[in-house]
Design a protein around this ligand. Structure first.
Ligand code: 5RP
Length: 262
């Protein structure tokens, strides 16, 4: 691996081999998602605890201070909206020149395995990897499920993750699921977990993150379960305890209760 590629990955994946990415890219198909209406305000208190920020170029330029931000993972795919015909119908929507101009640590795009647009999204991933390899920029593939949340099982997600790695993704973002070891064992590159729609309570989040970390995930790319929570900083600090400090679920709960009280 070239020096530039290694350097960018090491900005995102910390010395312990783990990472905690904060995604705020949801607006690219959902519009002003709840609690992300003003992204700059939502993320300001969370920035100190994020190892990376997953964001589109529009929000990056409009809402993120270039002098005070974690390494950036730039979302570069899009083209469909929540009210459109098919969420899987995406293309690459950001040029490699703009990726370089923005000095990002990595780029991210969605793949839609098993949909009508499977072929298009996988070919787009190949194209993006080609463009980014030229400049030492890692690609994070997002195994998207669109509106079909029930697809989140080990059989489907292990297929998606493995395909993403075969196409050259350096990191794969997927969902936590039962038997998560089947997903991580079948994927030769690091896997991070997203959260999906907000869970009932923070304990549920700590439980699935802890379980996934025990079963081979290197970290999270978790959005709504953090910034839609009434105490996002406390949740984030508790999750950091699991990811970077080896805390158990109860240990994370203690951190959460302590931070919440402050
Ligand atoms: C949206 C994304 C998000 O980055 C990803 O889903 C993580 O966010 P959340 O934890 O809210 O699901 O790729 O397309």
């Amino acid at each position: 691996m070239d020096w530039g590629m290694k350097n960018r990955l090491s900005r995102l994946i910390q010395k312990d081999g783990h990472c905690m990415f904060l995604p705020i890219d949801h607006g690219y198909f959902q519009g002003p998602t709840r609690r992300l209406e003003r992204p700059g305000e939502t993320i300001a208190p969370l920035i100190p605890y994020a190892d990376g920020l997953f964001v589109t170029r529009g929000v990056l330029r409009a809402c993120v201070d270039p002098g005070n931000c974690p390494p950036i993972i730039l979302r570069v795919s899009g083209g469909s909206s929540i009210i459109g015909k098919n969420l899987a119908h995406e293309s690459l929507v950001t040029s490699i020149e703009d990726v370089i101009r923005l000095n990002v640590a990595a780029v991210g795009m969605s793949i839609f395995v098993g949909t009508d647009y499977e072929y298009d999204s996988l070919v787009n991933l190949g194209t993006l990897v080609d463009d980014c390899e030229n400049y030492g920029i890692p690609v994070m593939a997002v195994t998207a499920v669109g509106k079909e949340l029930e697809k989140r099982d080990a059989r489907y997600l292990s297929l998606c993750c493995r395909i993403a790695a075969e196409f050259g993704a350096k990191v794969v973002k997927t969902y936590w699921c039962e038997n998560f070891e089947k997903v991580s064992n079948g994927c030769p590159v690091p896997v991070v977990m997203a959260g999906g729609p907000k869970c009932e309570n923070e304990l549920e989040v700590f439980e699935f993150v802890y379980d996934g970390m025990q079963k081979g995930a290197i970290g999270i790319n978790l959005g709504r379960n953090i910034w839609q929570h009434p105490h996002p900083v406390a949740v984030m600090r508790a999750l950091r305890a699991i990811i970077h400090e080896g805390a158990t679920v109860m240990g994370a709960k203690d951190v959460y209760e302590q931070e919440k009280g402050e």
